[in-house]
Design a protein. Sequence first.
Length: 57
Amino acid sequence: MKEISIYVRIIDLILLVLAFLDSGVKSVLILAAVIFFLSALMQVIMSYKRVKLSHHV
């Protein structure tokens, strides 16, 4: 759960930065942030599944 809170803080920081930028740069950064967040989320899910599988065996 600690990892997720770190990612949330990073996203909050990114959103704070976005608030100060113009819309053109903002759209690119939002796209990058979404891609980053999705990849991070997938890593968390994969590691969680791996832990779950290792407990079952």
